[in-house]
Design a protein around this ligand. Structure first.
Ligand code: PRP
Ligand code: MN
Ligand code: MG
Length: 179
């Protein structure tokens, strides 16, 4: 697994510090409000688990699992809900937690979908952002790091479902996906 890593972009320590910073900011911004964190499975699983423990106000959590379908490896923008929320978000402050934003199509769909359920507010928090790749405009409210247009793995992010358990964020070796 680790032999497939070309370069470590963000170490465990760098991620930990950034997550703590984001948690502090979110704590301040949502003080006195009822906050629902929505993790987007599977990628956001690791970030969500770490981040929620750095948020020092009462929160509830929920998850959605979505998949873009279509034959290409590119996100088609047509998103299928594999698992929906367990609870209503009507009149709640909602923060979507993502591991990475690439084209933005997944979140664009998700925001549209969640807004129709009439939350009191809806914001986005992502650990990583590849702004170069964006196909639809998206307002990112909380962001960990901007990253270059490389194949990223680790800290929840997969290539062909592997590498999610790497504790850091890394660039995948070209040889792995070009073979
Ligand atoms: C990845 C990532 C984001 C999405 C970003 O999820 O976790 O959810 O793609 O891409 P986009 O901005 O181009 O839509 P993926 O669909 O691979 O599912 P996973 O989280 O289960 O790995
Ligand atoms: Mn995902
Ligand atoms: Mg994936």
């Amino acid at each position: 697994m680790r032999e497939d890593v070309a370069q470590i972009l963000f170490s465990e320590k760098q991620i930990e510090e950034k997550v703590a910073e984001l948690g502090k900011q979110i704590t301040q911004d949502y003080k006195g409000k009822e906050l629902v964190l929505i993790g987007v499975l599977k990628g956001a699983n690791v970030f969500m688990s770490d981040l929620m423990r750095k948020i020092d106000i009462p929160v509830t959590i929920d998850f959605m699992a979505v998949s873009s379908y279509g034959l290409s490896t590119e996100s088609s923008g047509v998103v299928k809900i594999l698992k929906d929320l367990d609870q209503s978000i009507e009149d709640k402050h909602v923060l979507i937690i993502e591991d990475i934003i690439d084209t933005g199509l997944t979140l664009h769909y998700l925001c549209d979908n969640l807004l129709s359920r009439k939350p009191k507010s809806l914001k986005i928090c992502t650990l990583l952002d590849k702004p170069e790749r964006r196909k639809v405009e998206l307002k990112v409210d909380y962001k960990g790091f901007d990253i270059p247009d490389e194949f990223i793995i680790g800290y929840g992010i997969d290539y062909a479902e592997k590498y999610r358990n790497l504790p850091y964020v890394a660039v995948l070796k070209r040889a792995v996906y070009e073979k």
